[in-house]
Design a protein around this ligand. Structure first.
Ligand code: NAD
Length: 283
């Protein structure tokens, strides 16, 4: 599991552990987060501010609270060597790999293409698209050795509809969907399944704590805002996405590959959300 110390990744790690899985999860450590941000300049803004030692997004502390079924390995998904270490840990400690969740992601609030620094585009692509590509590349031989397995990639509804201000983010997530299809075909003869989830707006730090913005937003207000963003009248929780990831990872989806599930409360099936607020369309 990549990007497992926050939001959707953290909910998924918890859910997998509760289901009895052994989980190795990676994320940037607090120190790595600071180093990456310092080294990246503008693009360092993509790494959210709640990563402090012992804080809510410190993977070491999270793993300690989850007990022996989970191990945290600090890794940057854009760095093949550190990702190799994550897979080596799964093999050495738990005897092999059956599931990979490529979930680490950044961005979504970069603004119009013409005013977005190139460095934000590069970092968004590196984390959101190169990261899953590297994950798939490294996971395939390990899954093949187990007689098959399941890879789940976290894409986004931003891959499906044009969202202004998400030129880099949306393009990276659209890339993830195509990567999912290609990898699904390449893995099929070895019973390696590859699928994706496309969440809508989910109440996580990537939205309310993004350092792209001067200050964070009140999560309660974001919750309210997201509740009105799609036909189902509540915000999407990280656990909603974790449930879909769990199904795609499990044998209960064993004949499903190359697909994506929209976990979006109906956001992408609606013609025009403004109709919902007009009297003759009200609930
Ligand atoms: N929250 C939403 O509205 C939403 C909607 C659609 C898709 N997504 C996607 O869901 C995934 C999870 O996002 P989230 O909402 O839980 O946000 P989040 O910020 O809470 O979690 C993302 C995690 O990825 C980690 N990460 C970032 N760069 C990394 C790197 N280089 N190496 C390792 N880890 C790295 C972050 O440190 C963070 O812990 C992302 O891929 C995101 O794009 C989120």
């Amino acid at each position: 599991m990549t990007g497992g110390a926050s939001g959707i990744g953290l909910a998924t790690v918890r859910r997998f552990v509760a289901e009895g899985a052994n989980v190795v999860f990676c994320d940037l450590s607090p120190e790595q987060g600071r180093e990456v941000a310092a080294a990246l300049g503008d693009a360092g803004k993509l790494h959210h501010r709640r990563r402090a030692e012992g804080g809510p997004n410190d993977g070491v502390t999270i793993a300690a609270t989850l007990g022996g079924r989970s191990i945290f390995v600090a890794a940057d998904v854009t760095d093949q060597t550190s990702l190799e270490h994550v897979f080596a840990t799964a093999t050495e400690v738990f005897g092999g790999l059956d599931i990979l969740v490529n979930n680490a992601g950044v961005g979504g609030g970069e603004g119009p293409i013409e005013s977005t620094p190139r460095s934000l585009f590069d970092r968004t692509m590196a984390v959101n698209l190169l990261g899953p590509w590297l994950g798939i590349k490294l996971a395939f031989p390990l899954l093949r050795a187990r007689g098959g397995g399941s890879i789940v990639n976290t894409a986004s509804v931003s891959a499906l509809v044009g969202m202004p201000g998400q030129g880099a983010y949306g393009a990276s997530k659209a890339g993830v969907l195509q990567l999912t299809r290609v990898a699904a075909i390449e893995g099929a003869s070895d019973f390696i399944r590859v699928n994706a989830v496309c969440p809508g707006g989910v109440l996580t730090p990537i939205i309310y704590d993004s350092p792209i913005f001067e200050s964070g937003f009140d999560p309660a207000l974001v919750d309210q805002g997201l509740a009105g963003a799609q036909p189902l009248p509540r915000a999407c929780k990280p656990e909603d996405v974790a449930d879909a990831i769990l199904w795609l990872a499990s044998d209960e989806s064993s004949f499903v590959t190359g697909q994506s599930i929209n976990v979006d409360g109906g956001l992408t099936i609606e013609f025009d959300s403004r109709y919902r607020t007009k009297s003759n369309f009200q609930r």
